[in-house]
Write a protein that binds this ligand. Structure first.
Ligand SMILES: [Zn+2]
Length: 110
């Protein structure tokens, strides 16, 4: 005998959800700026001056260091995926290609 009436009303809680965001003191405005610059930092396109500021911030901010590590491992995974060799051609495709090649060769002969 379950009733679904205990489900919270969305429009009533919407305001309260936002106030929960402020519970994380370590996510400062500076951190958010760092987060935005991180992709450039990892790509190596960030100006040297900004890189120094980022590194300085990392010395005192563990959450940002962890975020950087996760970003780097993600990028590494993406690059590993991109550089992996092409999947082997299926035998049916190879046969069709050989057939087409043979036809082209035989039709080219005098
Ligand atoms: Zn930070």
């Amino acid at each position: 005998m379950r009733k679904r009436s205990t489900r919270p009303k969305r429009h009533a809680t919407a305001g309260r959800v936002r106030s929960g965001w402020r519970a994380k003191p370590e996510r400062s405005a500076e951190c958010r700026a760092i987060f935005r610059a991180l992709s450039e930092f990892v790509d190596g396109t960030l100006p040297a001056r900004d890189c120094r500021e980022l590194r300085k911030h990392f010395e005192n901010c563990q959450p940002c260091v962890e975020y950087l590590r996760s970003l780097e491992s993600t990028i590494r995974a993406c690059r590993a995926y991109q550089s992996s060799p092409a999947p082997p051609v299926s035998s049916s495709v190879r046969k069709a290609f050989q057939l087409a090649l043979e036809r082209a060769e035989s039709s080219g002969k005098p």
